[in-house]
Design a protein around this ligand. Structure first.
Ligand code: SAH
Length: 350
């Protein structure tokens, strides 16, 4: 028997083509698309505005795959981490981050990660595969439901800051965002979505060429090649000068401010020349800087810099007219903070 196809792998126009070939009117595609995305239908049987015969036909030809929240952990600060089981049994993590004003979903784009940033726990998992658009979309739906159920509030923001490098899964991430922002999907504003990249200069420029409407964040951590290449291997192929050109290109095309993520470590990037290099980099294009607290991932190695150094970063950035925010970690007690997503509980799962 031929294996059934995953109906959610089809774009809307592919769905339209399908209905045309079976002699159904075009608006069927619209109806089914809304069931699949806006209503997250789990089966064809529930698609009540289709005839019984059509439902049976779809059922015979297609499957509707869905992810499952396998384990949910809640932090003492309200943060929720979901271990999500994909339909091939692989696991990724996503995080709900509540604040007074916002509820943010932090979602994964790959199973594991192929980059080897030396300070990140996800880097210790090897990359196994890219997520499909529906697997990304469903992580957002799961968090949206948790926001409503546990907090009685809507999901307000989405960040692609979970496991993986979103630009290495370019097409599927963009397809997921297309559905998340579509009125036939979740209808969220792209202004509330941020994609974070390790800094793949060519693909950052491609985003600008593709006229995406969401925000871009760059995990910078150092604006000096000799430092950045030591902690982020990817910098060797994407040196700071290329990143500067990419952010200028992004701003020229989109007119949207960039965000730079930056951790200050003791004896790594806590010298006056590190601060000066960051300030110079920030002058390349309008931006703001998020100074993230370091979340230790092992006993040894990196150490958070002296708070006075972080303050000095803020002072000099502000003096240059650049907004800098010091970000406290959320969800540390359940390994849900930046850089801590590593499927730690996988072994305990049945
Ligand atoms: N691959 C993308 C998406 C991951 S975002 C990217 O690199 O941007 C995860 C963020 O957490 C990145 O900014 C990353 O640099 C940061 N991070 C990784 N390990 C960390 C740690 N141990 N403590 C604090 N931040 C960390």
């Amino acid at each position: 028997m031929q294996e059934k196809r995953d109906i959610r792998a089809l774009t809307k126009s592919q769905l339209e083509d399908y209905f045309k070939t079976i002699g159904e009117p075009r608006f069927r595609a619209q109806q089914v698309y809304e069931w699949l995305w806006q209503k997250s239908a789990q089966s064809f049987a529930g698609m009540t505005n289709l005839s019984k015969e059509l439902r049976a036909k779809l059922q015979a030809e297609f499957v509707i795959n869905h992810i499952r929240v396998d384990q949910m952990q809640r932090s003492s600060d309200g943060t929720i981490k979901n271990a999500v089981k994909l339909y091939d049994g692989k696991i990724v993590e996503s995080v709900l981050i509540p604040t007074d004003k916002r509820i943010t979903a932090c979602v994964s784009s790959q199973v594991g990660c192929s980059l080897d940033c030396s300070f990140c726990a996800t880097a210790q998992l090897k990359r196994m595969r890219n997520l499909k658009p529906d697997e990304i979309y469903d992580q957002v739906v799961a968090i949206k439901n948790e926001a409503e159920n546990f907090f009685g509030r809507p999901l307000t923001n989405i960040v692609f800051m979970g496991m993986g490098e979103p630009l290495m899964n370019y097409n599927n991430v963009l397809a997921a965002i297309e559905r998340i922002t579509s009125e036939e999907g979740l209808g969220m504003s792209p202004k509330r979505i941020t994609l974070s990249t390790v800094g793949l200069a060519k693909l950052m420029k491609k985003l600008a060429d593709d006229e995406v409407k969401f925000n871009l964040a760059l995990s910078l951590h150092s604006a000096r090649d000799e430092v950045r290449s030591q902690i982020m291997n990817i910098n060797k192929a994407n040196p700071v000068a290329d990143l500067a050109e990419a952010v200028q290109y992004w701003y020229a095309k989109t007119g949207r401010k960039l965000t730079y993520e930056y951790v200050v470590w003791k004896d790594v990037n806590d010298k006056p020349q590190d601060i000066a290099a960051l300030v110079a980099f920030c002058r390349k294009a309008p931006c703001k800087v998020n100074l993230i607290e370091y979340n230790p991932i092992s006993e040894e190695g990196y150490q958070q810099a002296d708070p006075a150094v972080v303050e000095e970063y803020v002072r000099q950035l502000n003096q240059a007219g650049i907004t800098a925010t010091v970000r406290r970690s959320r969800g540390k007690d359940i390994d849900a903070a930046c850089g801590q997503l590593a499927n730690k509980n996988e072994l305990q799962q049945v």
